[in-house]
Ligand binder design. Structure first.
Ligand code: IMP
Ligand code: MG
Length: 175
C-alpha cells in the first residue's frame, strides 16, 4: 500500500536514471572544454536537476529561479519570474533545466530573459515534453522523454503540491 496507489507508473526510477545518464553524456559531448551554468526552474525540477548535474562530468555552476504563470489553474501568457538567479550570466553558456515542457510559455519567457542578459548561449534540458500542448514553436535542446497530453506527477512534479516525492513518474488519476 502506498499513498500514491491511485497513480499509474509511466516511467520507473530505473528508466529515468538510465535516460538521464544518456542526456548527461550528450551535454558533456556538446560542451567539451567549456564551463556551463545550469539554471533550474523551481520547484518541480529539483529531482531531475540533481540527477542530471551529478551525471555530467565537467566543470559546472548551478543556480535556481522560480517562475509562475498567473491565472488560477490555467496557464496564461503572463509568466513572471518570482525568484531570480544570483549569477551574473553575461558571457556564460547557460542550460535552463525544467521538469516538463507543456505550452512552452515558461521556458520561452525564461530563455528570452536570460538572452537579454547577454548569456553566451542559452539551451534547455527537460525531463518530459508534451509537444501536443505547445502554443508556440519552442523546442527543448535536450529531453528525456516525450509524452502524450497526460497529467503526470512524481520525480519532482506535483498535483496541488502533492506527489513530488514519488521516485517515479506516474499518471495522476483522480479516482
Ligand atoms: P508551460 O510549458 O509554460 O505550460 O509550463 C510548464 C509548467 O507547467 C511546468 O513547469 C509544470 O510546473 C507545469 N505542468 C505542466 N504539465 C504538468 C503535468 O503534467 N504535471 C505537473 N505539472 C505540470
Ligand atoms: Mg516547473
Amino acid at each position: 500500500m502506498s499513498y500514491a496507489d491511485n497513480c499509474k507508473v509511466l516511467f520507473t526510477k530505473e528508466q529515468l536514471e538510465q535516460r538521464i545518464k544518456e542526456v548527461a553524456k550528450q551535454i558533456e559531448n556538446d560542451y567539451k572544454g567549456e564551463k556551463v551554468t545550469f539554471i533550474g526552474v523551481l520547484n518541480g525540477v529539483y529531482a531531475f536537476f540533481a540527477d542530471l548535474v551529478r551525471n555530467v562530468d565537467m566543470p559546472c555552476h548551478v543556480d535556481f529561479l522560480r517562475a509562475s504563470s498567473y491565472s488560477g489553474t490555467t496557464s496564461t501568457g503572463n509568466v513572471k519570474m518570482s525568484l531570480d538567479i544570483k549569477t551574473e550570466i553575461e558571457g556564460r553558456h547557460v542550460i535552463i533545466v525544467e521538469d516538463i515542457l507543456d505550452t512552452g510559455r515558461t521556458l520561452a519567457k525564461i530563455r528570452d530573459e536570460l538572452l537579454s542578459r547577454n548569456a553566451l548561449s542559452v539551451k534547455t534540458a527537460v525531463m518530459l515534453d508534451k509537444p501536443s500542448r505547445r502554443v508556440n514553436d519552442f523546442q527543448a535542446d535536450y529531453k528525456c522523454f516525450e509524452i502524450d497530453d497526460l497529467f503526470v506527477v512524481g520525480f519532482g512534479l506535483d498535483y496541488d503540491e502533492k506527489y513530488r516525492n514519488l521516485p517515479y513518474v506516474a499518471i495522476y488519476d483522480e479516482n
